[in-house]
Design a protein around this ligand. Sequence first.
Ligand SMILES: [Zn+2]
Length: 457
Amino acid sequence: MPCLLRICTPLALLAFTASIASAQMAYKPASPRTLLRAGQVLDVHTGKETADETVIIEGDHIAGIAPTASTPTKPGDREIDLSGYTVLPGLIDVHTHLTMATNFDPYFELTMTPGKEAILGVENAKTTLEAGFTSVRNVGANGFTDVALRDEINAGHIPGPHMQVSGPPLGITGGHMDENLLPEQYHVVGEGVADGIPAVQHMVRQNIKYGADLIKIGASGGVLSKGDDPQASQYTLEEMQAIVADAHRLGRKVAAHAHGAQAILWASEAGVDSIEHGSYLDDAGIAMMLKHGTYLVPTAYLIDWVQQYGNLPALYQQKMKDVSAVEKQNAIKAIKAGVKVACGTDAAVYPHGLNAHELDVYVNQFGMTPLAAIQTATVNAADLMGWTAHIGSLETGKWADVIAVQGDPLHDIKVLQRVPFVMKSGVIYKDEAQPAAIDKLVATAPTHEPPISENSF
Ligand SMILES: [Zn+2]
C-alpha cells in the first residue's frame, strides 16, 4: 500500500512505537514472586491467627499461603520481613468521597470545579491507600472525576485503592444531591438531579455510559445541604423501584443515602443494596432490611469527629445535632437484630486517612467483637461490592491486597489506625520498616498496541 508520508519507513515506525512504549509508566511489583514472611496471618472468616506463615504473591494475586518453614526462597524471589506483624487483607471502605475535601464553608463548595476535584482525588486516593484501605466505593463526585481517578489508578499511573465509583449521585430537585445555595437567577442544578421515572432511568443509563460502577441515590434529605430535611423522603418508592430495576439489569448495585425512617423503608423495599447513614431507622425499616438482605453502612465516626472538630456553619448545625442524637442507638438496634453491616465512613466529612476510626466505633460504642468489626471492612464490604472473588480475605487467587499491623487487632481494634505496611495488587506502596522495598513507578509496555499500520500513514 502507498505511504502518504515520506517519513513512513519501517525504522521510523519502530522509533514511533518505541517512543510510545517508553512514555508508559506504572506501579509494578519489583519481581514476579514476593514472599511475605508474616509473624502471624489473620483469617478474617474465622478469627484464627496462624504464626510464622508466608503469603506467596505472584504478580498481582495471591498464589498461596503456607508455613514459612516449608516455603524456601527461590532465585528471583523478593522476600519481605513482616515477622513482627499481624498480616491481614487490605481494608475496604464502601462510603468515601475521594475527590472532596474537609471544608464546610458553603462558598468553598460553590467554588469547587471538576479540575480541583480531580487534583484532590489524586492526593486523597494515596492517603486512603496508605491508611490500609486497598478498596473503596466512591459514592458521589462531580464531573465524573471519580471515573478518571479510578481509571488512572487502574492504569498504574497514580497510587490509590481499587475503586468502584458512582459518578454524580441521583436526587430530586431541591434535595440533598442538588445544589441549593444560590437563588434561582443563577440557575445552578446538581449534575445528578432527575425527577420522575423516565428521568431517573435516563440518569442511571447516562451515569453507566460515562463509567459508573454503581448508582448512588438520595432517598432522603441530608445534613450538609441547604433547605432539606433528613427525615423527609425525597425519591418516591416508584422512582427508586425504577432506578433499582435499571441498575440491577445493567449489573450495577444501588447505594441509597437515607436518614429518614420512611426513606429507609422505601429504599429497602425498592431493592437497593445498601442504606447509607440510616439515622432514623425504626423497627419496620429493620424488618424490611432483614427481609431484603439490605446492608447498613453506618458512617458513625463522623458524628464524633464533627462534634469535636467540626465547626459547622449555622445552616447545618441543628440537623447534625438531631441526626447525631439518634443514629448510633438505631445502628446498635439494627446490629442486634442481625442487619448486615459494611464499613463506610463518609471520609471527606473528616480528613481522608482516618477511615479505621469507624471500626473503633463499631467495637467500643456498638459492642461488636473486633473480628465482627474487621469483617465489616473485609468480607462484608467485599460482598456488598460484589467483589468476593477478588478482595476481603487472604485466599489463593484473590488480588494481592495485604496490610500488616503491629500488635493484634483482635485484642485492640485501634492498631488498624496505624498501618505500616500496604500492598495492593502485589505492589508495595508502604513499608515503614523497609522503605527500600516500596515499589516505584517503572517503565512498562503500552497496555494497548497503538493501531499503526502502513495504511495509517
Ligand atoms: Zn457521603
